[in-house]
Design a protein around this ligand. Structure first.
Ligand code: PEP
Length: 255
């Protein structure tokens, strides 16, 4: 069975005590409702909390801490930045790369993201790589080409073994934080296309192993229907990952 993942993207939210309480609550929930071998839950907490969140959750099987970004170099004169090497050294397992907010507000290009992906993988992190179109691109019906370009320019240079350490998150920008979820059919159409693109380059065996997550206003009411689609392998969850009841319900919906 393909790896399934529910990852919470906490973005720039929560004070220290709030963050640790939420990590503990999620840990307790998973202790009482253990994950299967093929299921991972990832908490992409603000970077300042990764060490303590890691300590809080490290004893719980298949619950991992992730970061929301990393630099493309191991070290150097890059004031304010955090490297994949640093994240790896404190036990972080996953990193989100290419979130649309980083692309939009921090001018991250496909080429820059390619370098970040390479560096994160070289440091042993698993990458959750985000792609997705704006409303304008969707309305022009260019979304498949747009996503193909994002993946080609940042991801499809990877070797087969490298790609197996990547999960792709399809996050239509028009659905992020808007309450407007892609319908299961809209999401499945893009996920199937992403898998088809991977198949053409890497072959079916590899393409069928890469988890493709959906992100964009996923919540307890729509998670199960989205996750029931054949090419949807879980979700990258923003707003609903900040409340224990909502996040626990989404974890429960993971196939
Ligand atoms: C996200 O930012 O990755 C996201 C999916 O946010 P939300 O669930 O709030 O739409």
């Amino acid at each position: 069975m393909r790896q399934k993942i529910v990852a919470g993207n906490w973005k720039m939210n929560k004070t220290y005590s709030e963050a640790l309480s939420l990590a503990a609550e999620i840990g307790n929930y998973i202790e009482q409702n253990p994950l299967a071998d093929h299921q991972h839950v990832v908490l992409c907490v603000p970077a300042i909390y990764v060490v303590d969140a890691e300590q809080e959750t490290s004893s719980i099987d298949n619950l991992w801490v992730g970061a929301q970004n990393c630099h493309y170099k191991d070290s150097g004169a890059f004031t304010g930045e955090i490297s994949a090497q640093m994240l790896q050294s404190v036990g972080v397992k996953y990193v989100i790369i290419g979130h649309s907010e980083r692309r939009e507000y921090f001018n991250e290009t496909n080429n820059l993201l390619k370098q970040k992906v390479d560096n994160a993988l070289a440091n042993g992190l698993k990458v959750i790589f985000c792609c997705g179109e704006s409303l304008k691109t969707r309305e022009k019906n260019d979304y498949k080409e747009w996503i193909e370009e994002q993946l080609t320019e940042s991801l499809f240079h990877l070797s087969m073994p490298q790609l197996l350490n990547v999960a792709i998150a399809y996050e239509p920008i028009w659905a992020i934080g808007t309450g407007k979820t892609a319908s299961p059919e809209q999401a499945q159409e893009v996920h199937e296309h992403i898998r088809y693109l991977m198949m053409n380059i890497y072959g079916a065996a590899t393409a069928n192993k890469v988890p493709i997550l959906y992100g964009g206003s996923c919540n307890p009411a729509n998670a199960a229907t989205l996750f029931a689609q054949p090419d949807i392998d879980g979700g990258l969850i923003g707003g609903a990952s900040l409340k224990i009841d909502d996040f626990a319900a989404i974890i429960k919906a993971m196939p």
